[in-house]
Design a protein around this ligand. Structure first.
Ligand SMILES: N[C@@H](CCC(=O)N[C@@H](CS)C(=O)NCC(=O)O)C(=O)O
Length: 204
């Protein structure tokens, strides 16, 4: 199995975290932002970071990759069994994209893609990001994981925005959000959560 990815990409981070939690051996194939290799190019414009090559199967887009891994590899599930909890995981993943992915995307668009970032837009993105953290902190009060009693795709999706936002803007989870910080640190300490480095290969 091969995972095509851009180093530091939060979407690819979700895929590498899930693969490692599921103990699936894979080879990371790094490419530069804006320079997709021909094998991705020929899959069309959606084959970005991450794209998974699993035998003859090609899967692009992080949420689809996560769902594919879940459907195909059951030994270590990252979705609960009960339908209501599965729906909750998916709703929380959607909320992450709306509330935190959106300011993260704005910051990335300014800092990664523009030679001269618009500092006002970056500051706005930081403010927007921080403003949403209280609700996530409350969701984690008294809980080890966002949904149920095991790591799920909701945790994977939420966690990966933090290292990306910190790398781009220096934003960290403020100390007053103690539940969120403690949850973050627990996930960060899992070997699966370590960001893959271009020189490394992964065979759990
Ligand atoms: N919606 C996609 C977004 C993927 C994405 O935009 N990845 C960026 C890096 S974080 C990328 O591959 N950019 C490379 C390019 O556009 O050439 C997902 O969730 O996988």
């Amino acid at each position: 199995m091969r995972l095509y990815l851009v180093h530091g990409c939060p979407f690819a981070h979700r895929a590498s975290l899930a693969l490692q939690e599921k103990r699936i051996a894979f080879e990371p194939v790094f490419f530069q932002q804006g320079k997709r290799p021909p094998e991705l190019d020929e899959l069309g414009i959606n084959a970005k970071s991450p794209t998974l090559f699993d035998g003859d199967v090609r899967v692009w887009d992080s949420q689809i990759v996560l769902e594919y891994l879940e459907d195909r590899y059951h030994d270590v599930p990252l979705l609960p069994v009960l339908a209501d909890l599965r729906a909750r995981v998916r709703m929380l993943a959607t909320l992450v994209a709306q509330e935190l992915g959106s300011p993260l995307g704005t910051a990335a668009a300014e800092i990664v893609y523009k030679p001269q970032p618009d500092e006002a837009r970056v500051a706005d993105a930081r403010r927007g990001f921080l403003a949403k953290l209280d609700a996530w902190n409350q969701r984690l009060a008294g809980r080890e994981f966002l949904v149920g009693d095991a790591l799920s795709l909701a945790d994977v999706t939420l966690y990966t925005v933090f290292p990306a936002m910190e790398r781009l803007t220096g934003v960290q989870i403020p100390v007053e959000h103690a539940h969120l910080r403690a949850w973050h640190d627990r996930i960060a300490s899992r070997p699966s959560a370590q960001l893959l480095q271009p020189a490394s290969s992964s065979t759990p």
